[in-house]
Ligand binder design. Structure first.
Ligand SMILES: [Ca+2]
Length: 75
C-alpha cells in the first residue's frame, strides 16, 4: 500500500511539472508575435515583468530573450 501511494504522488508531480512546462511554452509563443523563437524588446514590452527586467533576462545581451533565458528567469 505504501508503494502505491508513493507512485501516485510521483505521477501527480510529473503531470504538474509537464503542464507547467507547457504553460511556459504557450506564454512564450504568445509573446513571440513573429514566431522567430526569441522575444525582441518590443515583444517583451507586452509583459510588464519581462519589460521591466529585459536586460537582466537577456543574459547573453543579444537584444532578444530566447526560450532558455525566459525559462531560467521564470523558474
Ligand atoms: Ca520574436
Amino acid at each position: 500500500m505504501k508503494t502505491m501511494a508513493c507512485i501516485s504522488i510521483m505521477l501527480a508531480s510529473l503531470v504538474s511539472i509537464s503542464s507547467y512546462a507547457l504553460d511556459l511554452n504557450e506564454t512564450f509563443n504568445e509573446l513571440d508575435k513573429d514566431s522567430n523563437g526569441a522575444l525582441s524588446e518590443s515583444e517583451a514590452s507586452e509583459d510588464a515583468l519581462l519589460h521591466g527586467n529585459f536586460s537582466q533576462i537577456d543574459s547573453n545581451e543579444d537584444g532578444q530573450i530566447s526560450f532558455p533565458e525566459f525559462q531560467s528567469f521564470i523558474q
